[in-house]
Design a protein around this ligand. Sequence first.
Ligand code: AMP
Ligand code: ZN
Length: 477
Amino acid sequence: MLLYNSLTRTREEFVPNAEGKVSMYTCGPTVYHYAHIGNLRSYIMEDILEKYLRYVGYDVTRVMNITDVGHLTSDADTGEDKMLKGAKREKKTVLEIAQFYTDAFFADCKKLNIKTPDVVAPATTCIDEFIRVIESLIEKGYAYEAGGNIYFDTSKLKQYYVFNDFKEEDLEVGVREGVEEDSNKRNKADFVLWFTKSKFDDQELKWDSPWGIGYPGWHIECSCISMKHLGEYLDIHCGGIDNAFPHHTNEIAQSEAFVGHKWCNYWFHVHHLNTNSGKMSKSSGEFLTVSLLESKGYDPLVYRLFCLQSHYRKSLVFSYENLDNAATAYKKLVAKIAALLKEESGEIEPAVFDERKAAFRAALDNDMNTSLGVTALYDVLKAKTTPATKLSLIADFDRVLGLDLIPAAEKQRKAEEEAKVAVSDDPFIREIEEMIARRVQAKKDKNYALADEIRATLAAKGVTLIDTPQGTQYKIQ
Ligand code: AMP
Ligand code: ZN
């Protein structure tokens, strides 16, 4: 499988550290508000990656943190703790809003068919781990105390800016936007590992540490939680592209300083979902959530299909017009599959099955080209083969795509049958259906005169019969 690696800026053959096994870490949400559908784009594409790795036979262990402390409004260690800001906004405690928005996040994930990772770890449950790693970084000379806080010393590294898209100037953007520079830092790029004395005196959650009562920085959370559950060698680290710098850059700095060797081999970054007015955000414009889409009548899986129709490394523009197109596509797909369910299924044709599956795999093997994966699905529907072959291919692809296609089609078929039963309570409809049944029998008996007579009788009542390969249908004038 070829996967684009942000670290090397090339598409590389994916080779995990241990044969047949993949360790995967995902930066989880900061639970101070609902996730917007931009955040969820990242989680959908990461879910597809995980499901595809499992589909091709890897034994995947995926870990996700929940950021419930330490993520400041500016990623460069300035501003307010987002959790505290959320708690003040809602007049609740930090832990109350953390629980509420963690539950809301997983409820959204469920609606979008995003699998819950094998391990989900809230940062507040791993404080001892953070302290242990920070102590070791100080001992190794990579961290220093200044003004009461503990900082990572980026000048001790051979190379700090590993994702070479991001440079010193990117840090200055934050400064230009009116954020004060921290005079405790020895180098501009240094970052906080542990806050004790800072301007956040009203920080609600604080823990004792060798450096005084305080709380962890955001970046150390992910390194420690990943290493705690996945060890010193990580195969894939995922996140939205905005996390590449400074968050992931800092994760690499501190993790490699701690373990003394390369930590993570592949960096998988999902590009942003934008609106026509620019970057999607929780604080400006219409706050687009899964619940909002549902309230407007969209099935959350329509949003999943919308995301799958474009490549994860391209930014994607959200508009209701685009979402409507995905809704129409989803409806048509389900209707076609519902029609397949009504047909005589026949036998699975192994040669066709293998050929189509190979096309699907080729799409996903090519740096997760999900839009080509969806095309492979359409090609199955168009293929000259039995319904049994098509249905088993659709079920197979959907293990990765996660669009619930067969269950949705079954639901539609059931609804159609129920609607038919309801209609047949009408005596006129019952009469038509009885006459059609008599005509079918008459044709079987080669009594074409009677068949024609029935057709004529119905025509006189304003009912036109249409003979199709699926049986006789009718139209009432
Ligand atoms: P947060 O809850 O802010 O920590 O973000 C959760 C995840 O969403 C991170 O992986 C971010 O990189 C990602 N993310 C943030 N904004 C967007 C966006 N507009 N489109 C796609 N992913 C995003
Ligand atoms: Zn992270």
